[in-house]
Design a protein around this ligand. Structure first.
Ligand SMILES: NC(=O)c1ccc[n+]([C@@H]2O[C@H](COP(=O)([O-])OP(=O)(O)OC[C@H]3O[C@@H](n4cnc5c(N)ncnc54)[C@H](OP(=O)(O)O)[C@@H]3O)[C@@H](O)[C@H]2O)c1
Length: 506
């Protein structure tokens, strides 16, 4: 672990000092405010500041001055007042999109002034990136502070080290609490009362949808088979526009104007943003840490309008979906775990097909519940800030459960050569025998063709036909596409393929 030599401080979590276990004779004092240092004061940080220090107010018992003008404070956390006492930004001269309460909050450009401040109980990282943000999160934890982050890239790329640190702190807290409870004779059994977690990352996936907390807490008695998520609003918006006739470039520009797109558009359109999110969801659902870079990832750049026409013929629409699923035979979902990102043919009556605009959705299929879907805003100032504040409140109230509660079953393997039924589009210049040749190559590659479709040819020099396959491995489809591109003379451009949702045939 990067900071294993540092001395780790482990204060008792809020649960340990809960008033519920105080002796009756003790005078109960109100909880002091929880002091927050926030790193980042941009779109999300500004939203968090407004929610905590502005929008929702109540009497402030700990006002630094008694003036009635300042007697209001947040009621977003019911048990304990919340104060954001420091906000760290890059450029102090930049105008801010939130109203600063100068009596309580100071601005800084130095993260260490937050990390080293003994009066700060919690660090909220809403800066982004994986460099300084890693230091903020890890050092914050090591210094005994509660930590909340909205940073999916940081988590996905440094999951093992952050999880190791969180577990280490949890164990140390458990030990400390056990000792405390033994000394105070607070319980009868050789096991401490549960300690609340000091770490939250609800906003890191699907922003406003409480999917992290749901996976951490609601599937304890269940077995998850599959997660499929539309986790990127920008591409969902682009695909919707393309379905209605726009080009990808036009749709991307529009979404950039609306302020939804990532700074680097490749993160969105090549599927990289979805990839980090599905890896995080897979970790929570199946317990396995999936190496992000290994996950097969196809974005939406090769899609054309004709794909949407064929999707319509197939009773589907096209969505960019992250999938994590246990492979199964005869409905026994106990095979290896497959994780991938790809455009997906989704039947038009499926809940994922109905996600419009910048919306996000996650469909979870499990043994007890069948398929449950969670829909909502996947980006934006207040939806994301809402999830950050929900973490802050749960942690402050001592109600946050373990960050990574599920352990991978023994022998669970990762198989990234995923299995699906596929749609393959073959762009061609009209010529005799093309379908026969594609059939022969399919046989060579072990791909069994389910159907052949062709919309009327308008231009003999620029036409497309498509095939759908029976279940096969993605590597077989890649081989087939490669063979068609190399060996079929009238193939005019690389073949486009994508998996089709299984429900189509089941
Ligand atoms: N935007 C969304 O819809 C959304 C949704 C889900 C999750 N998130 C995650 O939330 C996090 C923040 O996103 P955002 O949209 O709020 O980003 P943002 O608007 O660019 O804000 C970033 C903030 O971090 C500060 N900052 C950057 N580098 C810094 C440094 N070296 N030292 C100190 N401060 C620094 C910036 O300071 P200045 O203001 O002075 O430049 C700015 O206030 C990211 O991890 C993102 O992935 C965002």
């Amino acid at each position: 672990m990067a900071h294993s030599n540092n001395k780790m401080s482990t204060p008792l979590s809020p649960v340990a000092s809960s008033s519920s276990r105080r002796k009756k004779s003790q005078v109960l004092k109100p909880m002091p405010p929880l002091r927050i240092g926030m790193v980042g004061g941009g779109t999300i940080g500004g939203g968090v500041y407004e929610l905590i220090m502005g929008r929702l107010k109540e009497e402030r018992p700990y006002s630094p001055r008694s003036s009635s003008k300042h007697s209001k404070q947040s009621q977003v956390c019911r048990k304990r007042p919340l104060w954001i006492t420091k906000v760290c930004v890059k450029d102090l001269s930049k105008p801010r999109s939130f109203h600063l309460d100068e009596e309580i909050t100071t601005m800084t450009t130095n993260v260490d002034s937050i990390l080293n401040d003994p009066n700060i109980d919690m660090v909220v990282e809403v800066m982004g990136g994986t460099g300084l943000a890693k230091k903020v999160v890890e050092e914050g934890l090591m210094k005994g502070k509660m930590v909340v982050t909205a940073n999916k890239a940081l988590l996905a790329n440094h999951l093992e080290s952050i999880q190791g640190l969180v577990n280490q702190i949890q164990e140390a807290q458990d030990k400390q609490l056990l000792q405390h409870q033994q000394e105070q004779q607070l319980y009868m059994y050789n096991m401490p009362l549960p300690v609340a977690s000091c770490f939250g990352f609800e906003a890191a996936v699907c922003a406003g949808i409480p999917i992290i907390h749901t996976l951490q807490t609601c599937y304890a008695g269940d077995v998850i088979h599959q997660i499929q998520g539309i986790c990127n609003g920008t591409t969902n918006y682009i695909l919707e526009k393309m379905k209605n006739g726009a080009s990808m470039e036009e749709a991307l520009l529009e979404t950039q104007d609306l302020g939804y797109a990532e700074e680097d558009p490749n993160e969105d359109i090549e599927g990289f943003d979805v990839r980090v999110k599905i890896c995080l969801l897979a970790k929570l659902a199946f317990g396995l840490t999936v190496p992000v870079q290994d996950v097969p990832c196809r974005g939406i750049t090769l899609l054309e309008r004709i794909d949407f026409e064929y999707a319509k013929v197939l009773g589907c629409t096209i969505k960019l979906v992250g999938t994590a699923q246990r492979l199964h035979e005869a409905r026994e979902w106990d095979g290896p775990l497959s994780v991938y990102v790809s455009p997906l043919m989704v039947p038009k009556d499926h809940v994922l097909a109905r996600i419009s605009s910048h919306g996000n959705a996650v469909a979870i299929t499990s043994a007890n519940m069948g398929t449950c879907s969670y829909l909502g805003p996947g980006a934006g100032r207040f939806p994301t800030a809402n999830s950050v504040v929900a973490d802050i409140c749960r942690i402050a109230d001592g109600q946050q459960g373990p960050a990574f509660p599920i352990e991978a079953p023994p022998h669970l393997e990762l198989d990234l050569d995923y299995i699906a039924i596929f749609y393959i589009r073959i762009p061609f210049q009209d010529g005799l025998g093309i379908i026969k040749r594609v059939g022969e190559l399919s046989e060579d590659c072990g791909v069994s063709i389910h159907s052949i479709l062709q919309t009327p040819i308008m231009d003999r020099m620029s036409a497309d036909f498509c095939v759908t396959t029976e279940e096969c491995k993605v590597s077989q489809v890649e081989d087939l596409c490669e063979a068609i591109n190399q060996q079929v003379d009238f193939c005019r451009a690389p073949c486009v393929y994508m998996p089709m949702m299984r429900e189509i045939y089941y």
